[in-house]
Design a protein around this ligand. Structure first.
Ligand code: MG
Length: 384
């Protein structure tokens, strides 16, 4: 019998984490969960741990430690608390693959620690590469670590690249659903509600990424993520709106051939591929049928209305610490919007203002990026 791949899931109670557990549950002969972490959702973490019985559980919000520990010790599951504990835990010898499902900047340090320990990464946390893409890709190369994309667009590119490793990419085309406000004018965006913004037409996801999809910042972050994952220049990355979300992204090679990966929008497929690569495992995910779709549509993004996408391109063209600043500003802006403190269109205004105000550093160290993140959050906090 083939040995089971030992999986660590950081951020296991979020959207990616729970879907990763669904994939694992369908493939218990191939995968085993060895480490789980969550921040706030102690009840779900306990339930998941009792079901999958990992070796170790980390609850990064220390307030929940006692509650979690007092249940899990009875099952011989080791429980630790705090962010430092997670940074240590991801280095455990037994781990084969770390699934990074934590949302936002909080995913950065555990991912770096896991790479330092030589662990392969299934990366759902795009913010990690947005903040520190250069440092992380360099470190991964040094350590011989593979980073498997979980983001559906990047997984699509990765799947299209199978067997093409030596062939040069001319460009890639990332598809975007356009979100709930596709076709809106800048004026219309000023009066949209939180409920509308949280109601994504195609994908069921966490709140942060759903708002990012509505503002198109998600696509902007994905452009930056793609630059690092596939070693591309900004000019080689295009974005096209594709409302049906069936084509998950495309590559154009140097001979002009275009390859695309298609399927119904379901994150479990990219998650499973990141876990099973280079193999494909049989699944019961719902199949796409051409007969159900009389047409697939494509349109250009209006970056005058969805200016976040423009800001993302600008941040990688200038480079240095700007993408980190953009990410931090956006995290604050989105949380302010979710807390009803600002209006939807002000998210992009905050992002633009922070990019403008932050001191630029051309070759930032990790410490510089940590400081940039902190300063950008303070700047964003003071706006509106
Ligand atoms: Mg995506």
């Amino acid at each position: 019998m083939q040995e089971k791949k030992k999986i660590a899931i950081i951020g296991c109670t979020g959207s990616i984490g729970t879907q990763t557990l669904e994939v694992i549950e369908q493939n218990l002969d191939k995968f085993e969960v060895i480490l789980m972490s969550a921040h706030n959702n102690a009840d779900l973490l306990i339930a998941q741990a009792l079901k999958f019985v990992p070796n170790t559980v980390v609850v990064t919000n220390e307030e929940h430690y006692t509650k979690v520990e007092e249940v899990l010790w009875q099952e011989d599951i080791k429980t630790f608390a705090g962010e430092k504990a997670l940074e240590d835990a991801v280095q455990m010898d037994e781990i084969d693959l770390v699934v990074a499902g934590i949302v936002g900047y909080a995913g950065l340090m555990p991912v770096i620690k896991a790479i330092e320990a030589g662990k392969n990464i299934a990366l759902a946390n795009k913010e990690t590469l947005v903040v520190a893409g250069e440092i992380i890709t360099k470190l991964a190369q040094e350590k011989g670590v593979n980073i498997y994309p979980v983001d559906s667009e990047h997984s699509a590119i990765f799947q299209c690249l199978a067997g093409e490793w030596d062939n040069k990419i001319e460009k890639i085309i990332l598809t975007a659903s356009g979100g709930p406000f596709r076709g809106y004018s800048a004026e219309q965006l000023k009066s949209v509600s939180k409920e509308q913004a949280l109601n994504h037409p195609q994908w069921q996801m966490g709140d942060k990424i759903t708002i990012d999809s509505a503002t198109m910042m998600n696509k902007g972050l994905e452009v930056i993520e793609a630059k690092w994952l596939f070693g591309l220049q900004p000019e080689q990355i295009e974005v096209i709106v594709h409302p049906e979300s069936i084509i998950h992204s495309l590559i154009q090679f140097e001979d002009g051939a275009i390859k695309a990966q298609m399927g119904l929008p379901d994150m479990k497929l990219p998650i499973q591929y990141a876990l099973s690569y280079p193999k494909r495992y049989k699944s019961n995910f719902k199949r796409f049928s051409f007969a159900d779709y009389s047409s697939l549509n494509f349109e250009k993004v209006n970056t005058d209305v969805f200016s976040n996408l423009k800001l993302a391109y600008e941040s990688i063209r200038i480079g240095g610490n700007l993408p980190a600043a953009l990410n931090a500003a956006n995290e604050i802006a989105v949380s302010k919007f979710l807390d009803d403190k600002i209006k939807f269109h002000q998210i992009a205004l905050i992002n633009a203002a922070v990019l403008d105000k932050i001191d630029r550093i051309q070759q930032p160290s990790l410490e510089d990026l940590v400081l940039t993140d902190k300063k950008s959050r303070e700047l964003a906090d003071q706006l509106y």
